[in-house]
Write a protein that binds this ligand. Structure first.
Ligand SMILES: Cc1cc2nc3c(=O)[nH]c(=O)nc-3n(C[C@H](O)[C@H](O)[C@H](O)COP(=O)(O)O)c2cc1C
Length: 185
């Protein structure tokens, strides 16, 4: 297991009682290269080092990742004072491409979480107060519900604890083995 992954597993464990520790920011770029950044919820880390996020194919982030699948994640654990920054490539799937993964993520959501996916197209005008009072069948996974798998290409880790601070760069070598280098913070 790469050492950054061991650290991340520890960070998640130490902060498991703090819901905010599962939020990270993901930045994408549109076709003109204009950056966009937003908060999402960590939904899992696969054995092959992919961060899982759930989203909606009708959002800007999905459209941007469809055109340019490179993205950047920044994740700060306030309790342990650690920052992880990941350069990633994203792949996106709906229930058509990967029903098992997508249905499993849908099932984990509360009814309130599922309901958000029954609303209209994100970002379009909310014309009246009843727009979000929708009925729906929560047993059916909406066609636009998607899972983003963020394949981690390299890692910039910073730990603010201690004096001096500790920063490490992690990347894969030509044999696909993770190598680490301590760098000046
Ligand atoms: C704490 C928090 C968690 C969020 N989690 C998610 C999430 O897991 N997936 C998601 O698509 N949007 C999530 N959002 C909403 C996004 O930040 C964003 O507002 C929305 O997805 C539209 O972004 P876009 O237009 O850039 O695609 C979350 C927002 C907050 C504040």
């Amino acid at each position: 297991m790469p050492s950054w992954r061991q650290s991340l597993v520890k960070s998640l464990h130490k902060t498991r009682s703090i819901p905010e520790s599962r939020y990270f920011q993901i930045a994408t770029a549109n076709r003109e290269g204009v950056p966009f950044c937003r908060t999402v919820v960590h939904r899992g880390l696969t054995d092959d080092n992919q961060l899982l996020v759930i989203s909606d194919t009708r959002t800007e982030k999905y459209q941007q990742l469809n055109e340019n699948n490179r993205c950047h994640v920044s994740w700060y654990f306030a309790k342990t004072r650690e920052q992880y920054r990941f350069n990633c490539t994203a792949s996106m799937v709906t229930k058509i491409e990967q029903p098992d993964l997508v249905e499993a993520q849908w099932e984990k959501l509360s009814d309130a979480g599922k309901k958000q996916f029954l609303w209209g197209r994100p970002g379009t005008p909310r014309l009246d107060e009843s727009a979000l009072n929708v009925e729906g069948d929560y047993s059916i996974v909406p066609a636009h519900f998607c899972v983003l798998s963020l394949n981690i290409e390299n890692v910039d880790y910073l730990n603010l604890r201690g004096n001096p601070q500790h920063r490490e760069w992690h990347e894969k070598d030509e044999n696909d083995n993770w190598v680490s280098q301590s760098v000046i913070p």
